[in-house]
Design a protein around this ligand. Sequence first.
Ligand SMILES: [Zn+2]
Length: 84
Amino acid sequence: MDDMKMGSMEMDDGELDDVHRASELKKKQVMAGMAAIKRRKPVRQHDGYCINCGKESPGAYCDLDCKEDAERFDRAEERNGCKA
Ligand SMILES: [Zn+2]
């Protein structure tokens, strides 16, 4: 009985090791992906403030002007994309 218990414990350790290795690999992949995104373009994330002017806003932009401004900027950036 004791031998079987020991055996199953060893197997558990092996599984844990695999999970640990997999999570390390995933962490590296996520970090590499984030670095690639950062190189390409700043990440625009809505956090309660207007993306364009920084004013408090319930949406991504506080008003239509800011939305249009940001979209115009995006289009200009795309046109000049190959510059860098
Ligand atoms: Zn705004």
